[in-house]
Design a protein around this ligand. Structure first.
Ligand code: GDP
Ligand code: IMO
Ligand code: MG
Length: 410
């Protein structure tokens, strides 16, 4: 037994949580796909089809909403108990993947405890948005109302539907298609951990859309932070070995709510166009602004980030000058912690540090050394200010457009 334990200990296996460190769309999908080459299983643990994760492999573009991005590496994919699922949407997603040569057969497992999003939830979502004064700008996918029913104990879980398909008559036609995917994913994942499998937990949305820690009420209806990987999949905190924060080299936000570093000017428009900043799920134009390291430091605390992955650095290639926010001033005082009131956040004044742009393509940069000096200064400052090392710098949307500073799996 002792020998077996020792062997298990010596073997390199790891469970990694990947989360968005801003307001979503940081490039989680691309990085989960890249890292899942060395994983056996990828898991979604919260959110639903409000998420839109893009993976680009050559001329193939995959836009994933429910299914973890590890599917693009043909890995086992799990939708944990914390996820909310739109059945017809999921079935369409599966079909679209099949058309592109990716089969989920024997690879997709859905928690029997995951809750089902119904048409009623989607209708309520839209009505609530019409009627409320502080419009959130939701994706309209019924996410809030579905989680509301879950917490109010009116929800319908997968297992309830499997036992009685008349609980949601409008979805009874999907019963046969979905039944074979439903299992006890808590048992499945804990067994996989005992067997020493590498698992990636793929966050959806981002830290500042978290229902508790985000910019309430302009947030989503689930916990999006690293600890939600445990509650949303039924694994214990001691099994999480590393937390990776995905940080876009600038900031974006879709929907309403405070955004201290937003750029309502030509540079903001430049970032929209250069970064192709249009929502993966709703097609809405994303609001753009400078990188906010005051936010990043808050994300470090809440998530326990071990490494950064900096994405979309290439989008800044043509800028003369780049600003980074290093603090907020409110009523002439520097804030020490991230404010909880949307009202305050709307009126803070960002304190910026200026950097020179590198004004050249990063296309041929393969290692950190190859980067222009100005880009190195920008990245070094991120590491110093947040006290978190960078593991990967993403310099393009393609799977392999990455500069690797540290092998996350070692
Ligand atoms: P997610 O929701 O965090 O998975 O991010 P999305 O997929 O919604 O949005 C990120 C977008 O940026 C996608 O269109 C990606 O293909 C693209 N992308 C990811 N990383 C990079 C990068 O380093 N450079 C560029 N130019 N695009 C990237
Ligand atoms: P990924 O996983 C960016 C935003 C919506 C809205 C708020 C609440 O692709 O990063 P909801 O429909 O969840 O009730 O909407 O949250 N939002 C996202 N923004 N990326 C996402 O997901 C998002 N999912 C929800 O725009 O402001
Ligand atoms: Mg997205």
């Amino acid at each position: 037994m002792l020998k077996f334990r020792l062997l298990l200990f010596l073997a390199i296996f790891m469970n990694i949580v990947i989360i968005g460190s801003q307001w979503g769309d940081e490039g989680k999908g691309k990085i989960v796909d890249y890292l899942s080459e060395k994983a056996e299983i990828t898991v979604r643990f919260q959110g639903g089809n409000n998420a839109g994760h893009t993976v680009i492999i050559g001329s193939d573009i995959f836009k994933l909403h429910h299914i973890p991005s590890g599917i693009c590496q043909n890995k086992i994919c799990v939708l944990g108990n914390g996820v909310v699922i739109n059945l017809p949407f999921l079935i369409t997603e599966i079909k679209q993947l099949q058309e592109k040569g990716l089969s989920v057969k024997d690879k997709l497992f859905i928690s029997e405890k995951a809750h089902i999003i119904t048409q009623k939830h989607q209708d309520i979502d839209k009505k609530q948005e019409e009627n409320r004064s502080n419009k959130v700008g939701t994706t309209g996918k019924g996410i809030g109302p579905c989680y509301t029913d879950k917490v109010s104990r009116f929800g319908v879980r997968m297992i309830d539907f499997i036992n009685n398909k008349d609980l949601i008559p409008e979805y009874s036609q999907y019963y046969d298609l979905i039944k074979s995917f439903i299992i006890d994913t808590t048992y499945f994942l804990n067994k996989a951990i005992r067997e020493g499998k590498n698992i990636i937990f793929e966050g959806a949305q981002g830290t500042f859309l978290d229902i508790d820690h985000g910019t309430y009420p302009y947030v989503t209806s689930s916990n999006t932070i690293s600890s939600a990987a445990c509650t949303g999949s039924g694994i214990a905190p001691k099994h999480i070995n590393k937390v990776i924060g995905i940080l876009k080299a600038y900031t974006t936000r879709v929907g309403n709510g405070p955004f201290p570093c937003e750029l309502n000017n030509d540079i903001g428009e430049f970032l929209v166009n250069e970064g192709k900043e249009f929502g993966t799920t709703t097609g809405r134009k994303r609001r753009c602004g400078w990188l906010d390291l005051f936010m990043a430091n808050y994300a470090v605390d809440i998530n326990g980030i071990d490494y950064w992955v900096i994405t979309k650095l290439d989008v800044l290639n043509k800028l003369e000058e780049i600003n980074v926010c290093i603090g907020y001033e409110y009523e002439n005082k520097k804030l020490i912690s991230y404010p909880s009131l949307a009202n305050i956040l709307e009126n803070v004044k960002p304190i910026y540090k200026k950097f020179n742009g590198w004004k050249t393509s990063l296309e041929n940069c393969k290692t950190f050394k190859d980067l222009p000096i100005e880009a190195k200064e920008y990245l070094n400052f991120i590491q110093e200010f947040t006290n978190i090392p960078i593991a990967i710098v993403s310099i393009g949307p393609e799977r392999n457009q990455n500069i690797v500073l540290k092998d996350i799996w070692s």
